[in-house]
Design a protein around this ligand. Structure first.
Ligand SMILES: Cc1ncc(COP(=O)(O)O)c(C=O)c1O
Length: 379
């Protein structure tokens, strides 16, 4: 079976992990944690980075840092991995789900703009209020779906106008950029994931980044149980045990070295698929705007025969997976406010499937995937 998207462990990972074990530095303190955070900040050009146990924990902490409180509303796209919405729920807040654009599958910006101007208003304290529910909207979480990005200039202008802090869920978009600005660095705070299927992986892990040193300080504090100093057990608020351990950061340091090579490889894979699958049956692709460089994290195509092609590929040695079920179709988020005119989320979900694109995939395997898809449409 040609796997969908698996880790590529081919460098110094083993050496680094061995070093942790030989020196006994396997837990939450250790030089690899500092090195991983420093090199991550250097790569993205941000003020600071704080590692976390996973991307979901990074999102949870970031919402707290932006001041999201219980009963608040947080705007997010309707199409994403469920962790984005779950992080909002952990605070006791609720998502407002905005439909996606049919071309790039990112949050529909004109729809967002209409919703904010028609259904929300700033109160005398400067808080943005959703008029129908009288609830405060305290942040916007933009998700860079599949490593692609929306027009961030437009989004940030709108959020600025409405005083909305922006959290970038860049879990899938490490290395992607909009007008030379890396995903995760343009909003107030950004989050990444190093889950097994991501462009670089530590097995499990996450990162919070920001240009605001206060946010970085707060992220460090909250992720280490809000301990005030290392000598006493005085904690000044309810904190979390969310730090990444040294042995996983050791893998992260080695993975980060290869990020640019992995990104190049993902871009090559996507361009070969686009070239060879264009015009086959009714296959369509996610559009990437000219201002965006996508890391092409997970190559996904659309077809009306999605279910049949999915079964065919999985039964013929090519791992394939459907796209996420939109948030408004999941039981715990079905009551959330869903802003949409044409329910594009559902349209894309019914047609999209992802195909193998691991950074370790061989040319021969890519050729095999293409041939199987052609065979499906020709038979
Ligand atoms: C868009 C998005 N957000 C959040 C997450 C959560 O990250 P993690 O699995 O590291 O908790 C993921 C992936 O797993 C994701 O794809």
């Amino acid at each position: 079976m040609i796997p969908l998207s698996v880790p590529n462990i081919s460098g110094e990972e083993l050496e680094n992990v061995k070093n942790c074990i030989e020196t006994g530095w396997i837990s939450s303190a250790g030089s690899y944690v500092d090195e991983f955070e420093e090199k991550f900040s250097e790569y993205l050009g941000v003020q600071g980075s704080v590692s976390a146990v996973n991307g979901t924990a990074a999102l949870h902490l970031s919402l707290k840092i932006l001041g999201v409180r219980k009963n608040d509303l947080v705007i997010m796209p309707n199409v994403t991995f469920v962790a984005s919405a779950n992080a909002i729920s952990y605070i006791g807040a609720n998502p407002i789900l905005i439909d996606i654009n049919e071309h790039d599958w990112q949050m529909d910006i004109p729809l967002l703009e209409d919703f904010l101007s028609d259904e929300c208003q700033k109160n005398k304290d400067g808080d943005l209020i959703h008029l129908k529910s009288s609830r405060r909207i305290s942040a916007l979480m933009i998700v860079h779906v599949q490593g692609n990005m929306c027009n961030m200039d437009k989004l940030l202008n709108i959020c600025n106008k409405y005083n909305l802090p922006v959290l970038e869920d860049a879990a899938e978009a490490l290395g992607s950029s909009f007008k030379d600005n890396y995903a995760g660095t343009m909003g107030h705070i950004g989050c990444f994931s190093f889950n097994g299927n991501k462009i670089i992986s530590t097995g499990g892990g996450g990162m919070i980044v920001s240009r605001n040193p206060d946010f970085i300080k707060k992220a460090k504090h909250l992720s280490t149980t809000a301990k005030v100093n290392s000598l006493t057990y005085y904690h000044d608020e309810i904190g979390y045990n969310y730090r990444l351990v040294n042995v996983l950061a050791a893998i992260g340091v080695a993975q980060l070295e290869k990020l640019e090579i992995f990104k190049e490889k993902k871009i090559q894979i996507a361009s070969r698929y686009r070239k060879n699958l264009r015009g086959i049956g009714d296959i369509g692709f996610q559009k990437i705007k000219s201002d965006v460089i996508s890391n092409e994290w997970l190559f996904t195509i659309t077809t009306k025969s999605m279910q049949e092609l999915l079964s065919y590929l999985n039964n013929n040695g090519v791992m394939s997976r459907p796209f996420w079920i939109p948030m408004n179709e999941l039981p715990m988020y079905s009551e959330c406010l869903y802003v949409s005119s044409n329910n594009i989320s559902s349209h894309i979900h019914q047609r999209a499937l992802s195909i193998p694109c691991s950074t370790g995939i061989s040319d021969c395997q890519i050729g095999e995937v293409i041939e199987k898809i052609k065979l499906f449409f020709n038979s």
